[in-house]
Design a protein around this ligand. Sequence first.
Ligand code: GAR
Length: 185
Amino acid sequence: MIGVLVSGEGTNLQAMIDDGLPIAAVASSTPRAPALARAEEAGIETAVFALADFAAREERDEAMADWLAGRGVELVVAAGFMELLRPAFLERFPDRIVNVHAALLPAFPGVRPVADALAAGVAETGATVHLVDEGIDSGAVLLQESVPVVDGDSVETLRTRIQTVEHRLLPRAVRLLLADPVGAG
Ligand code: GAR
């Protein structure tokens, strides 16, 4: 089963729901994420793990890993989850945590990939699905697709074009991982 981590709108979560992927649980870093309503609408169990509710980040990460594991989660998808995951969490799902990022990594890692690409004046940027490690958007790339930057693009228009690609790429990458048991390469 899949567990999804969210912080925001949840359009990538919605793409996975619409694709019929087996999602058992959705964990959010904030009670204000519209993604929570999407999960509830689809009948998926949700919980909020806000840093402010825990004494330390490690405690939050462990509680979140326990909650996911308790729901049969074996594959974790960070879909717009805007916080770094610590080893306490990563060690619980080795090579089974993926992230979707709105740039052609290794270009433009971090929290503002669309604005950064626009500011850099590149002719193309893109979308990446990658395995999560301890770095910032630095794990092995699973799938990647480029997206052109066009004259007159704003952060909003470019983000919309990139997210259309993300919504196609992420379910595909997740299905590839589900079909590939850990250690099979
Ligand atoms: C996505 O575009 C994703 O690439 C980005 O946040 C957005 C979440 O949208 N994630 C990152 O930048 C992570 N570094 P969503 O909540 O509508 O799926």
